[in-house]
Design a protein around this ligand. Sequence first.
Ligand SMILES: [Cu+2]
Length: 165
Amino acid sequence: MQRFRSYLLAAALAVLSQAALAQTDAKPAIHIEHAFARAAPRTGGAYLTITNTGTVPDRLLAASTPVAKEAAVHESKMVNGVMTMRPRGPVTIAPGQSVALKPGGDHIMLMGLKKPLQPGESFPLTLEFEKAGAVTVAVPVEKAGAMSAPDAGMPGHSMPGMKMD
Ligand SMILES: [Cu+2]
């Protein structure tokens, strides 16, 4: 009987500590800020800052939105002075870190827009994280060529090779 009891106690402790672990691990430590998109007719880009306030890394795996047939995480690269882009793998956000998806860098590509993105509108964008799960944010549409969300202030530096008008 004594033995059975201590077995039970150990089992209960194991369940408890696992629950505690799951709680610290899993709960969304992901915050999205400064989201914006640029006005665009058929293909658009969405930009935002992801902050991980948790204690474990998380990864942005995919994106989706009702306003486009397809959304994908892209990376931008300068090739012979020309900005090119292509799909990239998951974006890792380390604990305590912020990752900015911004014009000229990693971004969310919106392909097959169901209607043009107009300045002043906003649309929902769902980001799929490995641990935090789905996080949906409202993305305001800025004018074509906008470099940052209105709440993000002006960028502190200029980017060579990019026209700012
Ligand atoms: Cu792109």
